[in-house]
Write a protein that binds this ligand. Structure first.
Ligand code: IPD
Ligand code: CA
Ligand code: CA
Length: 258
């Protein structure tokens, strides 16, 4: 199944790269002011779904642009983000990826994230580690928040529901070494797994943003929870992922927002 996930993220990733700068139609999702979707997101998803369906016609599929209409009642659920970083993509900014995670009876068992711009393939299987282009990954060894490079993102609906986003951002600015905002949550998580970032937090993500990345971080030795330090639910709305060593410090900062 990992080979099928790899085939799908690579095919879709190549398709995205070929179409960078060629977006013809940009729509807003259900009238939301900032949440964009293009014909490229949809075609990328069709490509992925057709590859998975060819091999596993009875598996469930939860895909960002078409929801979960592709089947039900299987033990397996493929969770697909056909283009993570759509806003970047529509501006021609080459920071985006394709992300696929697979659950078996509700437990994440594998994930693949492909960045076609850097030709970086992140893969993981539960209990078998995390890899970048076949090389084993470990989270960073940074011990203190003050020495940490963090990354975050902001939800599309920030004007209606700021959810302390700006407060958290300011609080981390005051306590970490530096903060980045790349615009692709799946890559943010893959980079925590790779030790490029020490930690990541965000609110209001969807399961397709997190599924593969969460397993990557855990399999690379990191920790992933909600803001209360409880086990992460990818269908929930808060995520903190770290190299484990700075996790408590990150949770303490997140408690500060009133
Ligand atoms: C978005 C990206 C972004 C995050 C947003 C996501 P999309 O996904 O992951 O980094 O801040 O919350 O929705 O829409 O580009 O697939
Ligand atoms: Ca996404
Ligand atoms: Ca997307």
């Amino acid at each position: 199944m990992l080979y099928i996930a790899i085939e799908a993220v690579k095919e879709a990733g190549k398709f995205l790269k070929k179409n960078l700068g060629k977006v013809r139609q940009i729509d807003l999702k259900s009238g939301q002011e900032r949440n964009l979707v293009t014909e490229i997101d949809k075609k990328s998803e069709e490509l992925i779904v057709s590859i998975i369906k060819k091999h596993y016609p009875n598996h469930d599929i939860l895909a960002e642009e078409s929801g979960s209409k592709h089947g039900s009642k299987s033990d397996y659920r493929w969770i697909i983000d056909p283009l993570d970083g759509t806003t970047n993509f529509t501006h021609g900014l080459p920071i985006f990826c394709v992300s696929i995670g697979l659950e078996k009876r509700g437990e994440l068992i594998l994930g693949a994230i492909y960045d076609p711009n850097l030709d970086e393939l992140f893969t993981t299987e539960k209990g078998r580690g995390a890899f970048l282009n076949g090389r084993r990954l470990r989270v960073s060894t940074t011990k203190a928040l003050k020495d940490s490079l963090l990354v975050t993102g902001f939800p599309y609906n920030i004007t209606e529901n700021p959810d302390h986003c700006v407060e958290h951002f300011v609080n981390f600015l005051m306590s970490a070494q530096a903060i980045r905002r790349m615009g692709s949550a799946a890559l943010d998580l893959a980079y925590v797994a790779a030790g490029r970032y020490d930690g990541f937090w965000e609110v209001n993500l969807n399961p397709w943003d997190m599924a593969a990345g969460v397993l990557l971080v855990k399999e690379a030795g990191g920790e992933v929870t909600n803001f209360s330090g409880k086990e992460l639910d990818i269908y929930g709305k808060q995520i903190v992922a770290s190299n484990r060593l700075i996790h408590e410090e990150m949770l303490d900062v997140l408690k500060k927002a009133k």
